[in-house]
Design a protein around this ligand. Structure first.
Ligand SMILES: Nc1ncnc2c1ncn2[C@@H]1O[C@H](COP(=O)(O)OP(=O)(O)OP(=O)(O)O)[C@@H](O)[C@H]1O
Length: 252
């Protein structure tokens, strides 16, 4: 169903990311060629392609970690070089890993997702602890909340990264193969959760995945665009916003 307020304000159609004729090369290897694409507010964009097609490169350009060799990228309507509002964006890169000696606990790492750098030393209140408990619960890591992050398995660490990205419900969440190494039940809960967040909580997603069934199941069978061997699938949401704030309600 279309949300009246959103539709009348034209609100769900703001551009969040705009790529204008973008190319990228590593030395003399051209990976992205003359690609233009728009991610709009409340889009869910699925990115699929074979190994080495350039998916991670595309995402890293979109979050400002790589500078295009040609073309322009805008973020929330601003040229990316001037964009400063990074707190609006969550990014979970591929193959995260903590140094085994990193001293923070799982709970501390997840809570850190609530704070921008300037607010890092704020006292953690009850409301924040509640959000943290909620994020730990949906990623099934409550039982390891007090463990040191560096001592966890790869799959457990990945769940911590996802909980950290979800806790603050960023306007845009960018996920690079988010469920690699995660068990089947947690994977299926995670997708249920993010599809609900997309449909009903005004979040925009950009996700690289090799799971064609997941991508086609939610985004349909026809890609909207191609970038070389990369296919981009898009679903836009006009669903009614859901008023329940916690993350757990989205799991049935
Ligand atoms: N730092 C780098 N320096 C040089 N070449 C690179 C670098 N990173 C990636 N490449 C090359 O760019 C191409 C695209 O790599 P990219 O990691 O973007 O692919 P991908 O689609 O994400 O692959 P995968 O599915 O394996 O994660 C590959 O040929 C890769 O070897």
């Amino acid at each position: 169903m279309k949300s009246d307020s959103a539709a009348s304000a034209g609100y769900c159609h703001d551009k969040i990311i705009e790529l204008n004729d973008v190319s990228f090369s590593y030395n003399d290897q051209k990976v992205i060629s003359d690609f233009s694409f728009v991610v709009k507010e409340r889009d869910f964009v699925g990115v699929i392609g074979s190994n080495g097609a350039g998916k991670t490169t595309l995402l890293r350009m979109m979050v400002g970690l790589l500078k295009p060799t040609k073309g322009e990228i805008s973020m929330f309507g601003q040229p990316i070089r001037r964009f400063r509002d990074w707190d609006r964006i969550g990014y979970v890169p591929q193959k995260n890993a903590f140094n085994p000696l990193f001293p923070a606990t799982v709970r501390e790492v997840v809570l850190s997702g609530l704070y921008s750098n300037k607010m890092m030393f704020r006292r953690v209140g009850k409301a924040e602890q509640q959000k943290c408990d909620d994020a730990l619960e949906v990623m099934r890591i409550t039982d390891i909340a007090d463990k040191r992050i560096g001592q966890l398995s790869g799959g457990q660490q990945q769940r911590v990264f996802l909980a950290r990205a979800l806790i603050n419900k960023p306007d845009l969440l960018i996920l690079d193969e988010p469920t690699v190494g995660i068990d089947a039940q947690t994977q299926s809960d995670f997708f249920e959760l993010i599809f609900h967040m997309h449909a009903h909580h005004h979040m925009t997603f950009l996700m690289v995945s090799h799971d064609i069934d997941i991508i086609e199941g939610y985004l349909g069978q026809e890609p909207r665009d191609h970038c070389g061997a990369i296919k981009l699938y898009v679903r836009h949401s006009h669903e009614q916003d859901c008023a329940i704030p916690d993350l757990q309600h989205s799991l049935t």
